[in-house]
Ligand binder design. Structure first.
Ligand SMILES: [Zn+2]
Length: 112
């Protein structure tokens, strides 16, 4: 499953950082997920509940959603984007340049 491999890499990254900080317990992992990153949040949370057992059983997953936003190459307008091939609301050009929304990264960890 796509989401499971994402969760595993998030947990690996968190475990590495926790080790580097001499932490014993990971309390929370904050991640940023862009609306255009192609990640479904419900399966992501579900996979996290399953996968954390071995690596970070105490960890809570905190998801910050980054809304998709793009700029039109034709008229320069900026608009919200729900999917990668959004249409410019001002001039109708297809395919906005993505300004934000492809994020998929660990923002911070809470450890003890
Ligand atoms: Zn436009």
């Amino acid at each position: 499953m796509h989401e499971m491999s994402i969760v595993m890499s998030i947990l690996d990254m968190a475990a590495d950082r926790a080790r580097a900080a001499d932490a014993r317990v990971i309390n929370a992992i904050e991640i940023e997920v862009g609306g255009l990153a192609g990640v479904e949040l419900e399966p992501l949370r579900f996979c996290f509940q399953v996968a954390r057992r071995d690596i970070a059983p105490e960890a809570e997953l905190i998801v910050h959603e980054i809304p998709g936003r793009g700029r039109c190459a034709g008229c320069g307008s900026e608009a919200a984007m729900d999917f990668a091939w959004a249409v410019c609301p001002d001039c109708g050009e297809v395919g906005l340049e993505v300004l934000q929304g492809r994020e998929l990264r660990v923002r911070s960890l809470s450890v003890d």
